[in-house]
Design a binder for this molecule. Sequence first.
Ligand code: ZN
Length: 309
Amino acid sequence: MLASTPPAKSVEIVEVSVRDGLQSDPAMASTATKVELIERLLAAGIKRLEAVSYVNPKRVPQMADAEAVMAGVPRPEDVTYIGLVLNRRGFDRALATGVDEINTVVVASETFSQRNQAMSTADAAGVWHDIAGHAAGAGIGTSVTVSAAFGCPFEAALPLERLVEVVDMVMASPPDELALADTIGVAVPTDVYERVAAVAQRLEGTGTTLRCHFHNTRNTGIANVAAAVEAGVRVIDASAGGIGGCPFAPAATGNIATEDVVYLLERMGYSTGIDLGALIETASWMEAALGHGVPSMLSKAGAWPPAAG
Ligand code: ZN
């Protein structure tokens, strides 16, 4: 009799420490530090990572070395490098540098969109539609992050109807993946169940997968990951060490830590393909390289059971 094993549940981690993390880190990491961090993440089993940003270097000096970083990293075939682009100029730089995938951002709240990107939500969706056409021609992967998807720092509530409206704006040119970001870290698991279900319904049949990006600003980030995967999301953003956040959102600190997420998911029965022990070592290395502590819990407590880490 053939053994019938159910298909393993797996979750893909998109590692964001090198871009989202270091972008707002006080340490101003050098190109060599970024490349070494990427090498360590790949050695830990990370297969997809946000590595660089092609935004105006005057606005985000920490990310000015995108070309040098991409020239310095190993390029195994099964590893996907993502570059953040916010306009056509950034997209052209991304193409010239040879990243595998571009990510762009559409802010769900009108006020935050104006403050963060100096344009309306509809105009940001328009930028995406323009980039989408060129990306299709270039054969490059695409993802769009809908930020402030769970709440806005300036408008308080971000109604579910508004989120769905913005998702529909984006989906006029369906990206390979759409990410819901809790940019200011206000969501709780009930919000996640509600919003993931509503957005998943809009993506049904389009081929666009759904991903979530949580911040731990109010200590709900890890609970939100649990809710998202239980609601069917299979791609989660996380930042090694838990470094970073958004420099343009007031007090929005606290990306969720990759090691904390990996521990949670593996213990819940989801495989991530990531070596927790190697991640914990990477967190200690980061503390030395950046000259400050990192907020992850697993890097302090260690894995459990002890043999696992
Ligand atoms: Zn983040």
